[in-house]
Write a protein that binds this ligand. Structure first.
Ligand code: GLN
Length: 211
């Protein structure tokens, strides 16, 4: 039996409650993370959707920026959704000049790439590693990925549909080692498959430590 990993949810702003519920359903013990001490106690971390510029500022205020960077550099499993994807990216286009990056993902993302809040967009996406059923993806002022480094796997692209328009083919889910990111919000539709992927990655680490 796999040990139940503890997965933190960065709880400074954004969809914290929804990610917490999804993680518990996916087999983890979920814990809010607001301090370096709380971060030190988790086996992995979810960076929720919200507003990346605000979260960046709060990461500095709460003294978490460097500790999250260090954990990611040391290989902590992580999953960023929407604003979380932006925070994990190496480079952000259309960001604020003072917006801080956590690193972890060798990608270039474009912030608010799909348009404004009113232009939220939904699509059924085939996401590698989550089985045959498509994921209903909800995009809300979402970023997309414009460039990926050679160690990054593309897990999903926007399908060619009438509504997709210029967004067709854009990269919206990626994985680099133990770090996952989606431009969409599976936590809002009750689909736990991205969370299960993260919990699976964290379980491998916990099992190794116990051996
Ligand atoms: N546009 C937001 C940002 O820049 C992301 C939106 C979201 O997380 N739903 O952070």
């Amino acid at each position: 039996m796999n040990a139940r990993p503890t997965i933190g949810v960065l709880a400074l702003q954004g969809n914290v409650r929804e990610h917490t519920a999804a993680l518990e359903r996916a087999g983890a013990t979920a814990a809010p993370v607001r301090t370096p001490d709380e971060l030190a106690r988790v086996d992995g971390l979810v960076l929720p959707g919200g507003e990346s510029t605000t979260m960046s500022r709060l990461l500095v205020t709460f003294g978490l920026l460097e500790s999250v960077r260090q954990r990611l550099a040391a290989g902590m499993p992580a999953y960023g959704s929407c604003a979380g994807m932006i925070l994990l990216a190496r480079t952000v286009l259309d960001g604020r000049p003072d917006q801080e990056q956590l690193g972890g993902l060798d990608v270039v993302v474009r912030r608010n790439a799909f348009g404004r809040q009113v232009d939220s967009f939904e699509a059924d996406l085939a996401v590698d590693g989550t089985g045959d059923e498509p994921i209903r993806a909800v995009f809300i002022r979402a970023p997309w990925v414009e460039k990926v480094g050679e160690d990054v796997d593309v897990l999903a692209r926007v399908p060619h549909t009438a509504e997709a328009g210029d967004a067709a083919d854009r990269i919206v889910a990626v994985r680099q080692g133990r770090v996952l990111a989606t431009a969409f919000h599976p936590e809002l539709t009750g689909d736990d498959r991205m969370h299960r992927l993260l919990v699976g990655i964290a379980e491998e680490d916990v099992d190794l430590e116990e051996r």
